[in-house]
Design a protein around this ligand. Structure first.
Ligand SMILES: Cc1cc2nc3c(=O)[nH]c(=O)nc-3n(C[C@H](O)[C@H](O)[C@H](O)COP(=O)(O)OP(=O)(O)OC[C@H]3O[C@@H](n4cnc5c(N)ncnc54)[C@H](O)[C@@H]3O)c2cc1C
Ligand code: SF4
Length: 499
C-alpha cells in the first residue's frame, strides 16, 4: 500500500494535516503547477508568481527534509495527477481539505483509481465542525459574539474570564482621519531570487489573459521571509496599526497595515502564531491595547468568521443578489482609467502590487459597486482576479456578504454604503479629484453622492427592514422630490457613459 500526499498551492506548511498524517517523511508528495488554474480568470500576474514561486520553494524544502517530491509543471491538473498516481503506484491519496467549494466538487467528481482521504484543514483556528456547533446554537451569527467566543476558547487577551482592559473591542479609538504629514513605515519587501525570477519570466511569457504588472515583484515567497514580515510588522507597524486603520492617503499603498494576508492564505504563516506573537509583544512592550486588540480581532475574529460562514452557508451563497443589481462592471475596473480619483488610485495600486488595504476594498471599491448597482457576481469575479490574497473562501463572504450586502444581511447588520463624505473624511483623494465631494447633482457632482442617494431611494423598502438604517432614511425623506428625480436621472445617465 503506497500513501501519497498532494499538497495544494495554498497549503504550504510542514505541519499541514496531510503531511502530518504520514508516518514517515519519505512518502511520495505531489505538487502541480498548472496552467489550467491560471486560465480560470485573468489573475494578477503577481498572484501567479507568488503562488508558483512559494510552491517551488516549499517543494525544495520538503525535498531537503527527505520527502519524495514530484513537482509537475503541467497544462492540465487532472492529467498530471493521474500520471503521478500511476507512476508512484499510489493506493491512497491524502489531501488536506481544500476549503474552496469549486475545487472540492471537482476533486470529489474525479473517480480516482485509488482511495481518496481528505483530512480536516488545520490552517485555521476553528474546524468547520466547531464553527457549525457554535453557529447552530444561535439565532444570530454576529461576528462580535464569535470573536468573544474565540478569545475565551484560545485564551487570548484574557484576564481570567474577562477581557484585558475591561472591554472586548476598542474600535472606536481606531478611526483617525489622516491629517498632516504621516511618517509611515517602509514595508518589508524582498528582491526576487533565481527561483522567483524564473517564475516571473514564465508568467510574463504566458499567452493567456492576466491583470496587472509582473514587476516589481516584492512579496515574500518562503516561510522564513513571511516570518520576517511578521516580525517587522510587530516591531515597526503594530503600535500605530489601530488609529490609522481606516485612513487612505495618495502614494501610501500600505500605511501601517500588516501585509500578512497573502502569507496566511498560502499557509506560510499560521494564524495562531501570528496572534500569539502579537500578544507576546503586547505583554513585553506595553503596546497600545487599541492597536493590539484591533489587529487580533481581524485575524482571530474576521478571518475565522468569514471562513466559518463560507463553510456553513449553502454552496450557492455566492449567487445571491438581494438588491437584484444588474449593471455590468465598467471596463475601467480593469484599466484604472477613470476620472474618479479614489477609484483611480485604488485600481492603479492594485495594478502595481495586487494589494489594497481593507478600507480601500470596502469603502471605495465595493461601496461604489454596491451603490452603482453592479452585478454582484461580476464584482466578485473581479476581486478574485485582481487581488494577491484572493481565494474562493475569502471572496464569497467578503464581497457578496460584507461588501455588497447581496445576501440580504446574513452577515452584516447593514450595508456598507456611503457617500463622498466618508471618502473625503478618511482620505486625501478628493483633493486631487475633478469631482466635488460636496455636490450631489450637476456636472461636478461626485458619483458617490448621486449613486448613494439613488441607492437609498431605489431600495427604501428593503432598507427600511434593517433597523440600523432608520436614521439615514429619515435624511432621505427630508430631500425634496425634484432633487431626488435629478439624482436618479444623473445616476441612470452615468451608466450610459460608463457601460
Ligand atoms: C470586498 C472585500 C474583499 C476582500 N478580499 C480579500 C481577499 O481576497 N483575501 C483576503 O485575505 N482578505 C480579503 N479581504 C479582507 C481584508 O481586506 C484583507 O484581509 C486585508 O486587507 C489584507 O491586508 P493586510 O494583511 O495588510 O491586512 P491588515 O488589516 O493589516 O491585517 C489584518 C489581517 O486580518 C485578516 N483579515 C481581516 N479582515 C478579514 C476579512 N474580512 N476576511 C479575511 N481575513 C481578514 C487578514 O488575514 C489580514 O492579514 C477583503 C475585504 C473586503 C471588504
Ligand atoms: S470627489 Fe468623489 S470621486 Fe473624487 S475622490 Fe472624492 S469621493 Fe472619489
Amino acid at each position: 500500500m503506497t500513501i501519497g500526499v498532494w499538497v495544494l498551492g495554498n497549503q504550504l506548511w510542514q505541519s499541514q494535516a496531510a503531511l502530518a498524517s504520514c508516518e514517515s517523511q519519505n512518502a511520495p508528495v505531489l505538487f502541480i503547477e498548472s496552467t489550467e488554474f491560471a486560465k480560470e480568470r485573468p489573475y494578477h500576474k503577481q498572484k501567479l508568481v507568488l503562488v508558483w514561486s512559494a510552491m517551488r520553494h516549499f517543494a525544495d524544502e520538503l525535498n531537503q527534509a527527505g520527502w519524495a517530491v514530484t513537482y509537475a509543471i503541467a497544462a492540465e491538473t487532472e492529467t498530471a495527477l493521474r500520471d503521478w498516481l500511476k507512476a508512484e503506484d499510489i493506493s491512497e491519496l491524502r489531501l488536506m481539505n481544500p476549503v474552496d467549494h469549486p475545487f472540492t466538487a471537482w476533486l470529489e467528481g474525479l473517480d480516482l483509481p485509488c482511495q481518496l482521504t481528505i483530512l480536516d484543514n488545520n490552517l485555521f483556528l476553528w474546524s468547520t465542525d466547531d464553527f457549525k456547533a457554535w453557529a447552530n446554537k444561535r439565532k444570530g451569527l454576529l461576528m462580535e459574539s464569535f470573536y468573544r467566543e474565540g478569545r475565551k476558547r484560545f485564551n487570548v487577551l484574557m484576564t481570567g474570564d474577562q477581557p484585558v482592559g475591561g472591554q472586548w473591542n476598542f474600535d472606536k479609538d481606531n478611526r483617525k482621519p489622516p491629517k498632516g504629514k504621516l511618517n509611515t513605515p517602509t514595508p518589508q519587501w524582498f528582491k526576487p531570487d533565481a527561483t522567483t525570477q524564473a517564475v516571473i519570466d514564465k508568467v510574463d511569457g504566458l499567452k493567456i489573459p492576466t491583470f496587472g504588472d509582473v514587476i516589481p515583484f516584492n512579496w515574500a515567497v518562503t516561510r522564513e521571509q513571511a516570518l520576517e514580515v511578521l516580525d517587522v510588522f510587530i516591531a515597526e507597524r503594530l503600535e500605530t496599526f489601530g488609529p490609522y486603520q481606516d485612513a487612505m492617503v495618495t502614494g501610501e499603498d500600505t500605511m501601517w497595515h500588516a501585509l500578512l494576508s497573502p502569507y496566511l492564505n498560502l499557509g506560510l504563516l499560521h494564524p495562531l502564531e501570528v496572534i500569539e506573537r502579537t500578544e507576546q509583544a503586547f505583554i513585553e512592550r506595553d503596546l497600545p491595547l487599541n492597536s493590539v486588540e484591533g489587529f487580533i480581532r481581524q485575524v482571530m475574529g474576521w478571518r475565522e468568521y468569514m471562513r466559518g460562514l463560507y463553510s456553513h452557508f449553502e454552496v450557492d451563497y455566492g449567487d445571491r443578489n438581494w438588491f437584484d443589481h444588474r449593471q455590468p462592471l465598467p471596463e475601467f475596473f480593469w484599466t484604472g482609467e477613470v476620472e474618479m480619483n479614489c477609484l483611480h488610485q485604488a485600481i492603479d495600486q492594485i495594478h502595481r502590487t495586487g494589494y489594497a488595504h481593507h478600507i480601500q476594498r470596502l469603502m471605495i471599491l465595493s461601496n461604489f459597486s454596491l451603490i452603482a448597482g453592479f452585478t454582484p457576481q461580476e464584482v466578485k469575479e473581479w476581486f478574485h482576479a485582481v487581488f494577491i490574497d484572493a481565494y474562493d473562501w475569502v471572496m464569497q463572504t467578503n464581497v457578496i456578504g460584507m461588501g455588497l450586502f447581496a445576501d440580504g444581511g446574513l452577515l452584516a447588520s447593514k450595508p456598507y454604503a456611503s457617500s463622498a463624505n466618508y471618502v473625503n473624511k478618511m482620505s486625501d483623494y478628493c483633493q486631487g479629484c475633478r469631482y466635488n465631494p460636496k455636490q450631489r447633482t450637476g456636472e461636478d457632482a461626485c458619483p458617490f453622492n448621486f449613486f448613494y442617494w439613488d441607492f437609498l431611494h431605489r431600495h427604501r423598502d428593503k432598507l427600511q427592514a434593517q433597523g440600523r438604517m432608520s436614521f439615514i432614511l429619515k435624511n432621505l425623506d427630508r430631500m425634496d422630490g425634484e432633487e431626488l428625480d435629478a439624482i436618479h436621472q444623473q445616476a441612470t445617465d452615468w451608466h450610459g457613459v460608463h457601460p
